[in-house]
Design a protein around this ligand. Structure first.
Ligand code: ASP
Length: 335
């Protein structure tokens, strides 16, 4: 039987309504998840480790690094890993892991649920069963398993706060889907360097990334103040559709130029989840590109920000950083 390590990090799956306000919060697991879902033992030999137990809204760089550490310590002893994680920040953790674990050769599957495992109508049981089953298969991917879908983690994003179908992979096909049969889309599984070593890296908690979203009433001065007075290492602009930013009354071009002069990378993502940034299509994108902004192409926001953080963490800057930001490092973008 394959050996799978269940890594608990928190999220709704392990929550319960608690005093004084009846809101959902993490509770101590008196019994292990495997006791709640004993069928899991039919799929694999399972051991559980508690990395931390939080609502993923409280996730920090420290937690992501802890997760990498737990996987690193256990990597050689298991065939696959299932990370029980809150859905809110799951795509951030999954994207970060995809950059921090280089040349991964094992299934590392993140899952969680919209309703706690203790609830009768929970989606946790099925998500867990599917995730453990995927963790026993030959799928060397860092992936999110949710509602019978397996998605590459750095392509997935949370799209619903109320549906069991909470995640989507808008710009990349599903790796697998579960119906009567499990259908694996083999051509979507990343390749592993045959004799390559798996390398584990960590995020630098001291990196400051400024995120700015375009909207009609935007006041660029606010961001100038931040760029001038704070220690900003990188900027993400969540622009309109194909990467358009205002260039007239409330123009962002001087801000982008200022960043270029200060050697601060500016990466443009899109408010549209589906499709890709193409800075050459409109004048409003082209001016941003001329001023020094880079395209995030079809990366999710979660992927773009964790990639920028990772590259800054390993000490890249200037042209080298720009080259790596635009490259496909871990299946996160289509060039
Ligand atoms: N707030 C929860 C979390 O992300 C939501 C969930 O798990 O579904 O931890």
């Amino acid at each position: 039987m394959k050996r799978v390590l269940l890594i608990h990090t928190g999220g709704t799956l392990g929550m319960a309504e608690g005093k004084p306000d009846n809101s959902l919060k993490p509770v101590q697991f008196q019994e292990s998840v495997v006791n709640f879902v004993p069928e899991l033992k039919q799929l694999a030999e399972i051991e559980t480790v508690f990395a931390f137990n939080i609502d993923s809204a409280n996730l920090t760089v420290r937690h992501i690094n802890k997760l990498v550490e737990v996987i690193k310590e256990n990597y050689e002893f298991y065939d696959g890993f299932v990370i029980i994680h809150g859905t809110d920040a799951m795509a951030y953790s999954g994207s970060a892991l995809s950059f921090l674990i280089e040349n991964n050769s094992k299934p590392i599957i993140l899952t969680g649920s919209q309703k706690p495992l203790r609830h009768i109508r929970t989606d946790a049981r099925l998500n867990l069963i599917n995730a453990v089953e995927f963790a026993t298969m030959d799928i060397p991917e860092i992936a999110i398993c949710f509602n019978s879908k397996l998605m590459r983690a750095n392509r997935a994003t949370k799209v619903s706060s109320g549906d069991f179908d909470a995640f989507d992979s808008p710009n990349f096909p599903l790796i697998a889907s579960v119906g009567v049969d499990i259908v694996v889309n083999n051509i979507c599984i990343g390749s592993v360097k045959p004799h390559g070593k798996t390398v584990f890296r960590f995020l630098d908690p001291a990196i400051n990334i400024l995120v700015l979203k375009t909207f009609p009433a935007i006041n660029p001065e606010i961001y100038f103040t931040l760029v001038n007075n704070q220690d900003i290492d990188g900027v993400i602009i969540e622009a309109y559709a194909t990467g358009n930013v205002p260039i007239l009354e409330n123009t962002l071009i001087p801000l982008i130029e200022k960043c270029r002069n200060l050697n601060i990378p500016v990466l443009i993502t899109s408010q549209a989840k589906k499709g890709r940034v193409n800075l050459k299509l409109y004048q409003c994108g082209k001016e941003a590109m001329r001023a020094g902004a880079l395209s995030a192409y079809d990366m999710t926001f979660e992927s773009a920000i964790t990639k920028l953080h990772y590259l800054l963490s390993i000490g890249l800057n200037g042209d080298e950083l720009r080259v790596f930001l635009s490259k496909n490092l871990s299946g996160e973008l289509t060039v």
